[in-house]
Design a protein around this ligand. Structure first.
Ligand SMILES: *Cc1c(COP(=O)(O)O)cnc(C)c1O
Length: 366
């Protein structure tokens, strides 16, 4: 069976060395040596400051909303955040979970990221923030979004779960927004098994979040903030350090797979239009078919041959009942109905990929 993605497994010997160190120090969690080392190494690798490691990408979003004060307990009405319906459920459900109403705005039909014009149209007196997603690692229109946020005094939290290592205009894409969050789930390009990070624009927000992820505790006998437990542990950090060491090989292998797909399929299928001046990370290979029937048919044929392409992101989130969204999001719904993500991971073989491409092309010719 060929899955849509496979977790990256780094050198076992190296991981053992790190685990030996954990046993020697007898230190498993609470800002240990390896968590500190991974923080430094990631800041360096990504070219960012104010990075905080946390236990997963969903809590990264939730802590970012809290640290930036999206929910003001004294405010009479429900705070709202404008976000995209074309994303993984956690972007919107994390808002709802935190008592912030996700208000969807529709995406651009080519980039699949939030369309700034639709963001502006969705602003109400209750809007506190914009939560855009750099979907599949593409850059949102960050300049236009910044301008809207400044004009209306809104916070911007980018869900950058797909954008590890992506550069925009020569600099890390993660520098945009009051905060950007990453997921280090096993299936992501860079991972720690489970894990995540927040990159804050301002140091004081980082320091507030640092307290929040450790129950609000600031000393042996002092509790300063309402907090939760969202700490990364040493075993997660050990995995991350090993995966980071092998990032170049991982990226090179994925880029090869990505370019082989592009060469074979760009002529016949719609691919994502990526922002200019983007250094991409080759994390996903989504394709859009002419009709929903065709996308479903191709997925079924691939499955018959042991290949699991996935309908990412489907369904478009305005149709998820527990999010209580009323408004139609025509473009997102349309793209979501016709999209498939094809398998991409560092060990996907040339022959396997050839078979996938042939199966897709055969279906397209019918
Ligand atoms: C993976 C992902 C998340 C959630 O991250 P976890 O680490 O699994 O909690 C959130 N948003 C997007 C867009 C994702 O792809």
């Amino acid at each position: 069976m060929i899955p849509v993605t496979k977790p990256y497994f780094p050198s076992r010997e190296k991981l053992n060395t790190y685990i030996d160190g954990i046993y020697e120090r007898q230190w498993l969690t609470n800002n240990g040596e390896l968590v500190q080392e991974l923080t430094r190494r990631l800041e360096n690798y990504l070219g960012v400051e104010n990075l905080l490691l946390v236990s997963n990408g969903t809590l990264a979003l939730q802590i970012a909303y809290r640290a930036l004060g999206l929910r003001d307990n004294r405010a009479p009405r429900h705070p709202e955040a404008i976000t995209t319906p074309f994303t993984f459920i956690a972007t919107a459900s994390s808002l709802k979970w935190e008592g912030i109403e996700p208000v969807f705005a529709d995406i651009d039909p080519h980039t699949w990221c939030l369309d700034p014009a639709n963001i502006e149209a969705a602003i109400t007196p209750n809007t506190k923030a914009i939560v855009p997603v750099h979907v599949f690692g593409n850059a949102c229109e960050v300049e236009a979004i910044d301008a809207i946020a400044n004009k209306h005094n809104l916070k911007v939290i980018y869900d950058a779960s797909h954008a590890f290592g992506v550069k925009y205009k020569g600099e890390s894409l993660l520098k945009h927004g009051d905060a950007a969050t990453l997921s280090f789930h096993a299936t992501k390009l860079f991972h720690t098994g489970e894990g995540g990070a927040i990159i804050f624009k301002r140091k004081e927000d980082l320091e507030r979040a640092r307290k929040m992820i450790n129950f609000g505790i600031t000393g042996p006998e002092s509790i300063e903030e309402l907090g939760i437990n969202a700490k990364m542990n040493e075993l997660q950090a050990a995995m991350g350090l090993c995966v980071l060491d092998e990032m170049e090989q991982n990226l090179a292998a994925r880029a090869e797979v990505w370019h082989r797909y592009e060469q074979a399929l760009a002529g016949t299928l719609q691919l994502q239009s990526r922002a200019k001046a983007l250094d991409y990370n080759y994390a996903y290979f989504p394709v859009v078919f002419k009709t929903e029937a065709k996308a479903v048919r191709v997925a079924a044929t691939l499955k018959e041959h042991g290949v699991l392409a996935r309908r990412y992101f489907y369904p478009s989130l305005e149709s998820v009942e527990c999010l209580n969204s009323q408004k139609k999001q025509a473009i997102s719904k349309n793209i979501a109905s016709r999209i498939l993500c094809l398998p991409i991971y560092n060990k996907l073989g040339n022959a396997e990929q050839k078979e996938i491409i042939e199966l897709v092309n055969t279906e397209l010719a019918l």
